[in-house]
Ligand binder design. Sequence first.
Ligand code: PGA
Ligand code: ZN
Length: 430
Amino acid sequence: MTTGKITDVRAREIVDCRGWPTVQADVYVDGRLQGRADVPAGRSTGAHEAHVLHDGDPKRYRGLGVRRAVANVEGPIRDALTGFDVTQQRQLDATLVQLDGTPDKQRLGANAILGVSLAAARAGAAVSGIPLYRYLNPFARVLPVPLMNFLNGGKLTANELEIQEFIIMPVGADDYAHALAMTTEINEHLRELVVAKYGILATNTGDEGGFATPMKGIWEPLEFLQKAVESAGYAAGFGEDVVFALDCAASHFYDPQAKRYTLDGKAYDRNELIDLYRRVAVKYPLASIEDPLDQEDFEGFAAVTKALPQAQIVGDDLFVTNVARLRMGIEAGAANAMLFKVNQIGSLTEAFDAAEYAYRYGYGVQVSERSGETEDALISDLVVALNSGQIKTGMPVRGERTSKHNRLLQIEEELGGVARYAGHAFRRPR
Ligand code: PGA
Ligand code: ZN
């Protein structure tokens, strides 16, 4: 019999897919290791994200070490949680938030707090004897549509493409397994098209596994996606096999002084950029656009949401999985979906609260990887627990991305007849 009481909390410094240090946390219940979780990290981060505590010692990892965060886990956090009932996730997270006491978790570090928060959820599921997705939601059953970012630019590559992610969503797949097969088929055709025009070097990949080609602007990448889809024998269009999406991460090609965005050497003001998106949406089935404008421009987000009624507008750097920012967005009519990244806010309960808040106001929720991931596939359980219908977790070509896709295959199999692939209804599958 387990008492469910936490008896120890430990942590260590590990590396993510860039070789950068991050926190791995362990939660012990009744003397046994029951939950372990790794903390992901962004590169194309929003200005309002919770604080990642780095050591700042230039002699180790050029200042990026996380030994101080590890010490916070094994010091004040362990002291606060020893004897705690591991299944009381909400109280546990509230205790950690209070213990930190700062609005952005800068004292203990969001990386320290999140690692323990996620490891505790895993431990709670383990002592309850059920998978994490079911532990978090007994009605979990929706397998998400994956947003596959075939072509990468922005901060996630070393090319000159400003827009960060050119995405295909296999909405017409029968199930998750089929969505993965379609992805690889299309990607192999895309590879051939890229090699034919730019040579083999252009098939090197970015942080999230999409090709990092010398393409520029917005039109050429979409043309390549369209051709690859057709060569693979599929149709792109609303109600068809696949639709397209973008993560513009527009803050990263915006100059706040000049109030101008620069794409392929051309300057755009806010309205010109919205007009460009509108023209793209006439030519291509653009079902979702993340961060089309600068992260501070709630008014512009409201305008783009109105201007593109067919597309989902997703706030990533805009909302940073933060209820307070989301509330500002809802009041302004900015966007209609929230990107969900647990480490932007720094605890599981706060991230789930943000998702619930989004649902309450009719906003969609898109669960997302970070560009800096480990092989930990925890977000796959989260997306199913949220029945959110959409996940962005990279191309299935690198271990830290395949772990998530493969975990979703396991969940799909486990759920059996209960599983439902979100498909065309990805914005509102619940
Ligand atoms: P990040 O990039 O994880 O580096 O922030 C991903 C994104 O912008 O969605
Ligand atoms: Zn983004």
